[in-house]
Design a protein around this ligand. Sequence first.
Ligand code: GUN
Ligand code: FE
Length: 402
Amino acid sequence: MRNILCNIINPVSIEKAEYLTNHVLSLDGKTILSITSLSDFEGEYEDYSDCLALPGFIDLHVHLSQYRIRGHYYPALLPWLKQSVFPEESKSRDLDYAQKLSEDFFIAQLRAGTTCSVIYTAPYREAADAAFFTAQDMGIRALIGMTLMDQNSPENMLQTTDYAITNSIELHEKWQTDLLGYIFTPRFAPTCTKTLMQEIGSYANVNKAFVQTHLSENHAEIAWVKELFQKESYTDVYQDFGILTSRTLLGHAIHLSDQELGTIKASGAKITHCPDSNFYLKSGEYPLKRIQEAGIPFGLGSDVGAGTSLNMLYHAKMMNFRQSSDPIMPEEMLYRVTLGSAKLLELEDRIGSLKPGKDADIVFLSPPPDVGIDQHSLSQICFYGEEFRVKEVLVAGRRHTF
Ligand code: GUN
Ligand code: FE
């Protein structure tokens, strides 16, 4: 049992956040028991009154196996994959490498205040297992997938279709714990055969499993997909092969026709918007207004290694900065890295905001020395959050300090 005096900022909706100054957050093991105004509280408490408490951040799209190649610059998706990504991901074939990388990655995520993420690993079963075992040991909350590539891939990464399917299903059956789950991860259409996508789509549909992939990020990629599969659109490939379900997370989704937006909306699939990556690789500007008008839910991803940081407050800022004319308010920036993303993962009953009964996934931020805590705090953390120190992070009540 812990009682912590702090100042809470909670997302409520896209438009609204609530401030609870000088409140005592009472935790019972992994759960938030109560939130009480200091004036109504009796008993001992830990004094974090110089801190802000927020729900832990959620990263909906991140490549663990690319953590070490952040900033290896080549501003075009397909050559960047070939030159930087594939050589690095292939190193995770070595179990020791994959193991150490997983540890470094999860520590870095916690240091950035991220308490839940949706992860691509490498195309090796052992690397995916290493990520799961490490996450389990550290008490991490995540959906993790083995990246699937059974065509158009370097020889040392190329899976047989059978390997890709069998190991994905085994991993799905094996990793269903309180905090961890599996996500089927066909990398993107160019590296996946029709058979693989159909099998994964059909299994995911029957078993109500999560699926993640990349969609319409880059013009050369889109042209390649149309040529490979002879379809009218990139979205049609996923739709026709059964990949689009209400538990599918589509990375990027930048260059889409109205018809494609209609297909995605009808399928119930969600979008993971990765603004930093989109400008790093010069992929293009996310059509935020059109996607909102189409009514497609979306949340934010770092897309490390094309994204340069694991800090989701930085990506919330990038979401604002990577729209040339439409401003995004701090309440929405917060929502997109907390409650909004929890909803996409169907986890809003457990995480995404600080409420009695929810799991204690909490980040405590200390403002820089000259910055007080007041009604501007949310706006300040959205625009210079990296200057706020992450004092402590809790995942389901487990404490990590730095
Ligand atoms: N499309 C297919 N693979 C990748 C990847 O690793 N990163 C990004 N940004 N796009 C991809
Ligand atoms: Fe990605």
